[in-house]
Structures are given as C-alpha cells and as structure tokens.
Design a protein around this ligand. Structure first.
Ligand code: F6P
Length: 548
C-alpha cells in the first residue's frame, strides 16, 4: 500500500524551500559551463533527454531525489508493478505495465496469471485483424472491410487516436480508421456520411459499456446500418466490442465471441496497449503493434531499474515538481515538432490531468499545496505563430517539453531542417533571451533613431530564463512512440506518489454526469425546470423555448 506522507512535512522539502530562496534569482544561462549539457542530459536507446536548460543545480537534483526517497517512491514502484491494490479508492491493482510484458512472463495477480490472459486477447486481436485484412471477414453485402470506426470517449478514444495518427507512416493494412467520441450528433453524422455501410466495421470501445456518449453513438450507428439495408442478423458482422462488461455487450446485440476484453486493473487513460488499441492494430498490423508494446515495456524496465540519477521519467517528474511547487508554475506545455504527434499533447492532457488533478490526499485530507498542472500544447512550428508570444514575453512561467526527431518520414526538400532549426532556436531563445542593450544595438545598426530605440526597445526585449526540456529522438517508430508514452505515464505516477494523491481514480468526472442525466429528463419530458439555481434554470428554459 502506498504510504501517506505529506511531502511538505519532509526534511527534503524544507531544504528545497531554503535552496529555492538561494537559487530563485539566478539565471539558467549563468549555470552553464562546457560540461553542463553532458551532466544534465540522459540517453535511452535512440533518445536523448536534455534537461540542462532548467534552473537546477546538482544540489537541486539531489534534494529533489531525496524528496522522492522521503516519499517512498521506490517501494511505491514495486507495489505498482507487483499488482498491489494501489488504486485504493476503487480497490484495484494498477497494471497497465503488465499489458506490455512479453508473452510467457508469468505475473500472478489476485490468483490469476494476467500475462496469459493478456496474450490470449492480443492473439485474438491479431487473428481478427488477419481476417479483416485478408478479406475473409465480410460485411452484410459480401464486401470486405475497408473502414473501421472506433466509437469511444476519453481513455477509450484519445490513446487510440493519438497512436493511430502518430503511426500514420506505418499504416500498412489497407484499413483506415475514423473515430467518433463526442455525443454531439454533428460528429457521427459527418462520419456516417463519409463511409460505405457494407465495408465498415464499428468497434464499440468502452470499459464500462455504459458511458452515455459512447452508447448513444453506438445505437445511432446500429440504426444507421439497419437503415442502409442490413438486417438484425448482420449486426455481428459490423460490430465488435472492447470492454470489461460482457453482460452489457450482449445486451447491445454483439456476439460475445466478437468481444475483446480487458480488466478493471487497466485505467481508461492507460489502456491503449490493451484491446483498446484494436483500431490501431487494424491499421498498422500486429507486428507494428507488438513493436509499440515492446517500446513501452523497455521504458517500463528503465523506470523500474535505472538509478534515480539516470532515470528519465523520475527526472522529468522532479523538475516539474520544482517549478510547480516552488516557482508556482501552473501549467506545462508539450510541444512536439512532428505533425504526426499532433494529438500527443491532448492524450497526455487526459493522462496527466485526470490522474493528478486532485485536492484530497491519501489520508482523505484537503491538500495545502499544488498538485497536477494544466497540460496543453500543439505541434511546432504552428505553436510559434499562436501562443509562443506568451511563453517568451508573458508574465507566466511555463515549463515546456520540446520533442523532435533527427529523421523525418518525409524529408520533402529542406522542410525537416527548417522544422528542426526552429526546434533548436526556440529552446535557445527561451533560455538566452535578448537584453535591452542588445535590442538597442541591433536597432542602431539598422538605422533607428535614438528616440525610436528608447520608445521601442522595451517591447523587443526578451527576459529569457524560460525553462525547457528537450527530447531528441532518432526517428518516430512504433517502438520509440512506446518509449515516450511509458515515459510520460511514469512521470505522472512519480508525481502522484510524491504529492500523496491517488492517481488512478477519477471521481471528479462523476458530478457533471449525474447532473446531466437529471437535466436530460427535464429536456425530454417538457416538465417545468425546477431545483436549479436561477442561472441554470434560465439557460435551460431559454434552450427549451428555442429548441422547438
Ligand atoms: O471521463 C471519465 C472516464 O471514466 C474516463 O476515465 C474514461 O476513459 C472515459 O470516461 C470512458 O469510459 P468508458 O471506457 O467506460 O466508456
């Protein structure tokens, strides 16, 4: 069981507070010497993690590691990997790491060999994908399947979308995927308008098989298929399910033989290596999917075994705590300089914010310090022309992760060098900045008058000292994507342990669901709207009068 230690009451926290007072007014650039890059970067296979552009010294890192030790990080890692019920509020183990263990590595949890169960499902997925891609799986009119539509939301959508998009260069089976998540009927309407019923297979992905958005979309898709000319007996040819809830899958009319199970010890936002990854496997094939699992597993091993000084997820977590809890940074940006990773920030927005957006500690008390940051981001270079102004010159401190690759899947003239020149330039500019004097000199050389220089130079100054992490990888592959996913997952875990919160529940999404289901009854039965504050009541009444 995870210890219940208030991090702010540890000796290391007190020492970090004193250390912060000493370091806060120094600049990152003044910490640089010839060896800083070597000393403040870590390598893992074909990935280089450079954290030298942060306001940290050896003492900072030592104290942060002491904090992790004081908060029992090492025993917490053992507890997670061995299947202890560390998700205590739901009394569940947390075993997404087991999903990517190689076949034949037995792991007994609650009396079951989970590795055997996992690989049975992976082999079932492989066989199913083989039937689709060989054309032996036929739709109601005898055609083979060309399009897979995944219907799911949150953890039953974001991971699959992100990996599907990230691994676009590995789409090799001839099957394309579409994703429907929003209950907004506009989304499913557009998707249904774009597909051919006889050549489409729907995957209904829902751990609970009762999420209103997913089930509403699933029923709409089902009815649409019937309207296109399929019969009830054809449903099984066009619908499969990924779920933990066999009873509900049967009630929907899906043949349980076409159900791909996962387990309550797989959290939704950690589930893409499970059967939730089925649409991905449909597009990239089983070999590439297994390579993705291998990458995840390799980073799991690194997290589990590497000493703290060399441990990439731990280092990321500790630096982030430094800014979050001592400098008061409220947000963190993830900025991939690779278009195929355009959903990566959104994926880890859920991963991080649903895990660590908590204000009650493991003892049930209200927390008096900051926990999970707001996570956001967009790919570079687009972000540069949108929100980078604030990162460079705004009043807020925003630590950023920059992710880039040495090799592109599409070199396309000199596009990749231009992209990467921007990648390197931005982290340098954020750290180094540009002083008022430098601005003045530049303006003078460009012929500006003294008055112009005086007037404009304050606006052109960059304070610098804006911290970044850089991840430079050789190439985006299924394996290296696996490294990155596991790396961020374990960063989140490490922080949750130190912040003394439960990272694997998500009670905060329940209240909105409850109220929405009550309001739905009011919208549908036309009854007067009662029992609401005047704002909510006024809005509902206006909606009803306009929604005729
Ligand atoms: O938004 C809450 C949540 O429970 C997520 O954690 C989960 O990923 C999502 O809803 C979908 O749930 P399900 O897979 O049960 O449909």
């Amino acid at each position: 069981m995870l210890e219940k230690i208030n991090p702010t009451r540890t000796n290391s926290w007190y020492r970090l507070s004193d250390h912060f007072d000493e370091l806060r007014d120094r600049s990152i650039i003044e910490l640089f010497n010839d060896r800083r890059f070597e000393q403040y970067s870590l390598s893992f296979e074909d990935m280089l993690f450079d954290f030298s552009k942060n306001l940290v010294t050896d003492e900072t890192m030592d104290l942060l590691r002491a904090l992790a030790r004081d908060c029992q990080l090492e025993s917490s890692i053992k507890d997670m990997f061995s299947g202890e019920h560390i998700n205590e509020t739901e009394d569940r183990a947390v075993l997404h790491t087991a999903l990517r263990m190689p076949e034949g590595s037995p792991l007994t949890v609650d009396g079951e060999d989970v590795n055997k169960q996992i690989w049975e499902v992976l082999r079932q997925m492989e066989k199913f994908v083989g039937e689709l891609t060989s054309g032996s799986w036929k739709g109601y009119n005898g055609n083979s399947i060309k399009t897979v539509v995944n219907i799911g939301i949150g953890g039953s959508d974001l991971g699959a979308v992100m990996v599907y998009e990230a691994l676009t260069p590995y789409h090799s089976t001839g099957i394309t995927c579409q994703f429907v998540s929003n209950v907004d009927g506009n989304q499913i309407t557009e998707v249904l308008n774009s597909i051919d019923a006889g050549e489409t297979l729907f995957i209904i992905s829902s751990k609970s098989f009762s999420t209103i958005e997913t089930m509403t979309n699933a029923h709409t898709a089902r009815q649409w298929l019937l309207d296109q000319g399929a019969g009830e007996e054809d449903i099984k040819k066009h619908f499969v399910a990924v779920s933990t809830n066999e009873q509900k899958v049967k009630e929907f009319g899906i043949d349980p033989r076409n159900m791909f199970v996962f387990w309550d010890w797989v959290g939704g936002r950690y589930s893409v290596p499970s059967a939730i990854g089925l649409p991905v496997m449909c597009a990239i094939g089983s070999e590439n999917f297994f390579e993705f699992l291998q990458g995840l597993h390799e980073m799991d091993n690194h997290f589990r075994n590497a000493p703290m000084e060399k441990n990439i997820p731990m280092t990321m977590a500790l630096i982030s705590i430094w800014y979050n809890n001592f400098f008061g940074a409220e947000t963190e940006a993830i900025i991939p300089y690779y278009q195929y990773l355009h959903r990566f920030p959104a994926y880890f927005q859920q991963g991080n914010m649903e895990s660590n957006g908590k204000s009650i500690d493991r003892a049930g008390g209200r927390i008096g310090y900051q926990t999970g940051p707001v996570i956001w981001g967009e790919p570079g270079t687009n972000g540069q022309h949108a929100f980078f102004q604030l990162i460079h010159q705004g009043t807020k401190l925003i630590p950023c992760d920059f992710i880039g690759f040495a090799q592109s899947h599409n070199e396309t003239g000199n596009h990749h060098d231009i992209l990467m020149a921007n990648f390197f330039a931005q982290t340098e500019a954020l750290m180094v900045g540009k002083s008022r004097e430098e601005v003045a000199l530049e303006m003078k050389i460009a012929g500006s008058s003294k008055d112009e220089i005086k007037e404009l130079s304050p606006f052109k100054e960059f304070s610098g000292d804006r911290p970044t992490n850089t991840f430079l990888l050789k190439k985006l592959t299924p394996q290296s994507l696996g490294w990155m996913v596991s790396m961020y997952e374990h960063k989140i875990f490490t922080q949750g342990v130190i912040w003394n919160i439960y990272s694997f529940d998500q009670w905060g999404v329940e209240l909105g669901k409850e109220l929405a289901s009550n309001i739905l009854k009011e919208l549908e039965d036309g009854e007067p709207t009662e029992n609401h504050d005047s704002s909510t009541k006024g809005l509902i009444e206006r909606y009803k009068s306009w929604h005729q």
